[in-house]
Design a protein around this ligand. Structure first.
Ligand code: PEP
Length: 253
């Protein structure tokens, strides 16, 4: 059975106090209301990682993620944070290749590969994001586009490294827009991603890989999305900033 995951990407939101309240609320709701076998991940901004991590330490359903990591191991890289630094403060997962980082920080495929490789070497689990812009979908090139993203970054991992990653399919036109991919659109892309991964690695490893859907996922659409055969949970942006909505999404399996 592959792991079910709901991950909340807080992006650059919340004050320190608000972040601590949010995670405490989520932690309590998860303890009280979530029975199934699902891993809940929160990805707060860097300065809050350690404090947020301490608050969820006693809850074995809750896990900590960073939103980014340096492609370098250490050294003169002002403003960067290394995989070993993240590991040392209790981070378990790291989001890599989010479309906002590809777009605003010009992160290319080889950089993303380096980030994944270094993270895995430090014992972190990358959540590798892929997904097409609207023009590619409109031109019916979305499968090709996402296939190429996987080829350009993920395919360079070894079999052992691949076992450590989670993939998130996030169509860019659905991120923060309120426009969700239909469950059918999401399922067909997830099945395609799994098929591509089975060619790059092996069928069993691809079958066991958790593939999350991201893009305007909310308590009203999560159940239908998560019911799809190849959708193993969600990467949640906006709705992860509200404890009630986020918990209701977690309960949608
Ligand atoms: C995201 O940015 O990863 C995301 C899925 O955002 P939202 O849920 O707000 O569309």
């Amino acid at each position: 059975m592959r792991k079910k995951i709901v991950a909340g990407n807080w992006k650059m939101n919340k004050s320190y106090e608000e972040a601590l309240s949010l995670v405490s609320e989520i932690d309590n709701m998860v303890k009280d209301e979530v029975n199934g076998d699902v891993a809940v991940i929160v990805a707060p901004p860097f300065p809050y990682l350690q404090s947020v991590g301490k608050l969820v330490q006693g809850n074995d359903k809750m896990h900590l993620a960073a939103q980014n990591v340096s492609e370098y191991e250490s050294g003169a890289y002002t403003g960067d944070v290394s995989a070993s630094m993240l590991k040392s403060v209790g981070v378990e997962y790291v989001i890599i290749g989010h479309s906002e980082r590809r777009l605003y920080h010009h992160e290319d495929a080889q950089t993303l590969y380096k980030k994944m490789k270094l993270s895995i070497a430090q014992g972190l689990k990358p959540i590798f994001c892929c997904g097409e812009p609207l023009e590619e979908r409109d031109a019916d090139r979305h499968f090709e586009y996402v296939g190429q993203q996987l080829k350009d970054s993920v395919s360079y991992l070894s079999n052992q490294e691949f076992d450590q990653i989670v993939v998130a399919y996030e169509p860019i036109w659905a991120i923060g827009t309120g426009k969700t991919a239909s469950s059918q659109q999401a399922q067909e892309m997830h099945a395609y991603i799994r098929e591509q991964l089975s060619r790059m690695f092996d069928a069993e490893a691809a079958y066991n890989c958790t593939i999350l859907y991201g893009g305007s996922c909310n308590p009203g659409n999560a159940q239908e999305l998560f019911a799809q055969e190849d959708i193993d949970g969600g990467l949640i942006g906006g709705a992860s900033l509200k404890s009630r909505d986020f918990t209701d999404i977690i309960k949608s399996f």
